[in-house]
Design a protein around this ligand. Structure first.
Ligand SMILES: Cc1cc2nc3c(=O)[nH]c(=O)nc-3n(C[C@H](O)[C@H](O)[C@H](O)COP(=O)(O)O)c2cc1C
Length: 178
C-alpha cells in the first residue's frame, strides 16, 4: 500500500557500512525510469556512483552539508537536458522522488543533496563542478544527488496530527469541508 511507504519515508543522513546490493540499485533505477514526464520526454540522465573517492568528491559540490553523500553506499546523480524539455526540472524532481520511495520499499534510506542553483567555489557552479568530475556532456545540468544506503539512524514517521491539513481547502481556498 503506497500510504504505508509515504508514512515510512523520512530523510536520513546516517548510513551503515553495509553496501547496497546491485539488484536493489537496479530496482531503484527501474522505478525512476518509469516516472511520468512532460510529453513523455524523459529528459533525465542518472549517474550511479558507488566509488568512494568519487562520492567524497561529489560531497564537496556544495560547501558544507554534503557529508552524507560520502557516507552513503550509493549516490545517484540526477541530471536533466534542458534542450530536450523545458520541464526538465519537474521531470527530474519526479524521478528523484520516485527513487526515494523505491528506496523505502527496499528497506533502505536516502537523502536529497540539492545541486541546481548552487555554487561550489570561485564562481564555479555546483553543476559545473560535477559535470567536470563525471565527464557530463555540455547539454546536461545537474538537479540533485540522491544519497542511498542502509539506515544508520532511526527515523520516526510524522504523526498524523503534525501534517498540515490547514493548508488543504475544498472547492475554494479556505473552505474547510468537502
Ligand atoms: C528539493 C529538496 C532539496 C533538498 N535539499 C537538501 C540538501 O541539499 N541537503 C539536505 O541535507 N537535505 C535536503 N533535502 C531534504 C530535506 O531537508 C528534507 O526532505 C526535509 O528536512 C524534510 O524531512 P523529511 O524528508 O524527513 O520529511 C532536500 C529535499 C528536497 C525535496
Amino acid at each position: 500500500m503506497f500510504n504505508k511507504l509515504a508514512e515510512e519515508r523520512r530523510s536520513i543522513r546516517n548510513f551503515t557500512d553495509q553496501l547496497v546490493e546491485r539488484e536493489k540499485v537496479d530496482k531503484i533505477i527501474e522505478a525512476a525510469l518509469r516516472s511520468p514526464s512532460g510529453r513523455g520526454a524523459r529528459p533525465w540522465h542518472f549517474i550511479v556512483v558507488t566509488d568512494e573517492v568519487m562520492r567524497e568528491k561529489l560531497s564537496a559540490a556544495r560547501p558544507g552539508g554534503g557529508g552524507f553523500v560520502k557516507n552513503a553506499s550509493v549516490a545517484i546523480v540526477v541530471c536533466g537536458d534542458p534542450s530536450v524539455s523545458r520541464l526538465w526540472v519537474e521531470d527530474c524532481t519526479i524521478a528523484a522522488v520516485t527513487m526515494q520511495y523505491a528506496v523505502v520499499s527496499l528497506g533502505l534510506g536516502s537523502r536529497w543533496f540539492n545541486i541546481r542553483g548552487n555554487n561550489c567555489k570561485d564562481g564555479l557552479t555546483s553543476s559545473d563542478y560535477i559535470a567536470e568530475l563525471l565527464d557530463l556532456p555540455e547539454s546536461l545540468d545537474v538537479q540533485c544527488i540522491i544519497a542511498i544506503g542502509y539506515p544508520g539512524e532511526e527515523v520516526i514517521p510524522y504523526k498524523k496530527e503534525e501534517l498540515h491539513y490547514d493548508k488543504v481547502s475544498y472547492n475554494r481556498y479556505g473552505q474547510k469541508d468537502a
